[in-house]
Design a protein around this ligand. Structure first.
Ligand SMILES: Cc1cc2nc3c(=O)[nH]c(=O)nc-3n(C[C@H](O)[C@H](O)[C@H](O)COP(=O)(O)O)c2cc1C
Length: 364
């Protein structure tokens, strides 16, 4: 199954293996335009049925880390066009992961020095990567956020819609809305962070209102089939508190996405092993609620581990992260059950082509 095509009404993917979105911080912070290194990195990995790009901030204030390539203007779209052309020429498909970091940020990352945007003024107990005094990257605590006003919320929805519009200019096959991992849209979902008493806080429907308004605005640009929404049930990264009622929360969202005909729901198991357990209730609950392409991610390292969840019917596609960093030809290695190169976390974020473009392929 893993090596069979997957199709919906608008899109055909050559196999069920997706490259998970991974921030690598190889762009220039000033213009945030993808460069030739980034083109080559994605070209090398185009055998994936679907590449989901690293998170691309939808505005300057959406940025939360130094040197992330972005998608809020036409220069950035032109840079991404070189990436998508290279991936398409190699037979692949690629979505842009559109991203607002919210409170996982720092004023120094924003051209106007604006404070991080939050669902509330509660700061995140997490760190971000900024430029130190001599320009060298350093890790620092996230800055004090300001709670978004209602008109700023409208602005954020407009930024996601603009990024979706630009994704077409850039030649992307679709977009993934980053609703996971403690970033802005996830901060609105989380009752421990979102203490608003307006239409965007309180009930589950209110806390998911921003995400669903973003989904609708993006669907108006690219069509529902070409959208993925990422969620991280049980996740506690980036200063989050795990959801108090995950088996209510995530199936509720899945049903809302189903009503809208959204193409893909991408589930990241941040807290390790639950997604691999046949008896765990989350993936079956999502499957019952959602008929689109269900993507599972987290700790998949062999074709057998991918096939197991596909055969159970609890996922349609498998997204793989770190093994794709270290194995540009991961699809071929899985097909042959070949050994994998190990990844080096030191070169995950920032730097040059080392630890980025120089992992060897099997026949190299
Ligand atoms: C270097 C690195 C950068 C990441 N950046 C992102 C990101 O930009 N957006 C996102 O949704 N997840 C991001 N993730 C999480 C991955 O998409 C993936 O969910 C995680 O690595 C677990 O999958 P794996 O076990 O196959 O690596 C990142 C992970 C790594 C290792």
């Amino acid at each position: 199954m893993l090596f069979d095509a997957y199709a919906n009404a608008s899109l055909t993917l050559a196999n069920r293996i997706a490259m998970a979105p991974m921030t690598r911080c190889r762009a220039n912070h000033q213009d945030a335009v993808p460069n030739d290194l980034i083109v080559e990195y994605y070209r090398q990995r185009a055998a994936a049925g679907l590449i989901i790009s690293e998170g691309v901030p939808v505005s300057d204030r959406a940025r939360g880390y130094l040197d992330t390539p972005a998608l809020w203007n036409e220069d950035q779209a032109a840079g991404w066009k070189k990436v998508t052309d290279a991936v398409h020429a190699a037979g692949g498909k690629i979505f842009a992961q559109i991203w607002h970091c919210g409170r996982i940020s720092h004023a120094s990352l924003h051209a106007d020095g604006s404070a991080p945007a939050g669902a509330s003024i509660k700061p995140a107990a997490a760190q971000v990567r900024i430029a130190g005094p001599d320009g060298t990257p350093v890790s620092v605590d996230c800055g004090q956020p300001e709670a978004l006003t209602l008109s700023e919320i409208r602005g954020v929805i407009g930024e996601f819609a603009n990024a979706a519009r630009l994704s077409k200019l850039a030649g992307f096959d679709g977009v993934e809305i980053h609703g996971a991992n403690g970033y802005l849209l996830d901060q609105f979902r989380c009752p421990a962070v979102n203490n608003r008493n307006d239409a965007y806080g309180g009930s589950l429907a209110n806390r998911y209102r921003l995400l669903l308004e973003v989904v609708d605005a993006v669907a108006a640009e690219v069509g529902p089939d070409r959208i993925a929404v990422r969620q991280s049930p049980y996740g506690a990264g980036n200063g989050m508190t795990p959801d108090p009622e995950p088996l209510v929360t995530y199936p509720w969202l899945a049903r809302e996405l189903e009503k809208r005909g959204i193409g893909f729901l991408h589930i990241y198991a941040q807290t390790a092993d639950w997604i691999h357990e046949a008896g765990h209730p989350m993936m079956p609950a999502l499957r019952d609620s959602y008929g689109g392409g269900l993507i599972a991610c987290g700790g998949f390292k062999s074709a057998a581990s991918c096939e197991a969840i596909l055969q159970r019917g609890h996922a349609d596609l498998i997204a793989i992260g770190k093994p794709f960093i270290a194995n540009p030809d991961l699809v071929e290695r899985l097909r042959r059950d070949a050994a994998l190169n190990n990844w080096d976390p030191k070169s995950f974020y920032g730097g040059d082509e080392r630890g980025y473009l120089d992992y060897p392929a099997l026949n190299a």
